[in-house]
Write a protein that binds this ligand. Sequence first.
Ligand code: MN
Length: 196
Amino acid sequence: MAFPLQPLPYALDALQPIISAETLALHHGKHLQAYVNNLNDAIPGTPFETLSLEDIVLKSEGGILNNAGQILNHNLYFAQFRAPKQGPNLPTGQLLTAIEQAFGSFATFQDQFVQKGATLFGSGWVWLSADIEGKPYITQEPNASNPIQKGLRPLLTFDVWEHAYYVDYQNRRKDYLTSIWPLVNWDVINHRLTLV
Ligand code: MN
């Protein structure tokens, strides 16, 4: 059973001007497609061909882990956005309360998240995740890593591989990290927190 390229839940130009259609076409249509093709080429005849993406990430290593991790990470990344929201864009309910308790305020959380993304050396991902009790954590994950490998539930992630921002922001990774908050669909993030 081959893993599909998860379709974008919006048009290629829906995230403009914050993330361009050119970036999305490359990022989703070329980079993610390549990870999907690589995994589908690598797993036939291995114990991984019948596993979920999450189980492959937890149980594999080497090239299979790298490609499965990148597919899982990108599926979460692309699904969490929608067209830019005007005005304040905040989580609600249980998630907002948990963030305020852990970080003091939503603004402080945002600053720390941006800082962790900006200071991750090389390629990787900055994540907001929750432990089993719903306590939130910000982590830097190198390359294709995902917080499920630490027993955490992934909620929100910003991709800091250069391919995620170079067309729109060149080398200004921090500008990209501070610019994309109006795209976050907090309904999706809230849902990830409450999934059983
Ligand atoms: Mn990427």
